[in-house]
Design a protein around this ligand. Sequence first.
Ligand code: AOS
Ligand code: ZN
Ligand code: ZN
Length: 388
Amino acid sequence: MTASEAVTSALRGQAIELPSWAFGNSGTRFKVFPQAGVPRTPQEKIADAAQVHRYTGIAPSVALHIPWDTVDDYAQLADYARHLGVRLGTINSNVFQDNDYKLGSVTNPDPRVRRKALDHLLECVDIMDATGSRDLKLWFADGTNYPGQDDIRARQDRLAEALAAVYERLGPNQRMLLEYKLFEPAFYTTDVPDWGTAYAHCLKLGDKAQVVVDTGHHAPGTNIEFIVAFLLRENKLGGFDFNSRFYADDDLMVGAADPFQLFRIMYEVVRGGGYAPEAGIAFMLDQCHNIEPKIPGQIRSVLNAQEATAKALLVDTEALEQAQRAGDVLGANAVLMDAYNTDVRPMLAQLREQQGLDADPMAAFAASGYAEKIAADRVGGEQAGWGA
Ligand code: AOS
Ligand code: ZN
Ligand code: ZN
């Protein structure tokens, strides 16, 4: 196989998971601008996600958020997804939208609230059994707003206790992915604020506990690719929540704010063996399309991720290693920049044609009439939850 054949074959196997909540109305705390045709049910969200897969060929699964995507029969929902050519992926828990969680969920000082939060997490694993999902994604909004409000250390103990109970409940082929976030909604302390905290908890729990890196959850200037390289080396990188940020947790389209950063992250993924399917890394989008149309927003995002991946795969690793060994600073940097500066769009268009897809997914979706059809058919689409 030539080097370019190896790149295209690796790209053919790419899989990016879409968030069901990206298809519903979302906004900031100031305003949610409703869009025509947004889904009214989990089934309609899955149908919209299936459109993204139909035009890109690399978005074969949809993540659910519970209780936003609650249905009576999850096995039936999984069948429905399959019938549309996609499958159900990660189950996202939600222990942040109930009045009881004002002072935290699993770290709440009140044992009754902690039990309620834990029961929800365990219920999510029951749902995974029914959907056949591998991963449970855990994000905790838990934290405090004021110094002295609660005991930082006791909250870690409560967190560890809940995580251990969830870990215990996981089946042999299930994992829990622990997400961290610097701040928001808590503004003084956050109980899982950074990768180090998530890593320490996951390390104690065992192999089925892995860290998930949401690219919008760091302080400005953080070297995210370093975190990726480190976690991969430790076999503790479970996956990504991809999105872009200019300021905080903006949840903008991945690759929109800083395509170079996305390339650097994908390069470390490839370098660390994380792109191989057996590495089990979940490449997920976690985005909200507050002002742009949602299905095209997801298609654009998938294409941005694909372009960054293609460039990462194009890095001439032999030349890079040689330059690095020789201490050739500029030469090594040039090898990386050569790959980044390659226009991969013609190659990807050709790849799509070979796969029987339209070379231009954005144009093909626009021409399909699907957006007009759902705008006419669906009235009163729901809000995704919040713009997190
Ligand atoms: C919150 O900031 C996190 O990114 C979570 O992944 C969250 O559950 C998701 O954004 C849905 O709101
Ligand atoms: Zn996230
Ligand atoms: Zn977030």
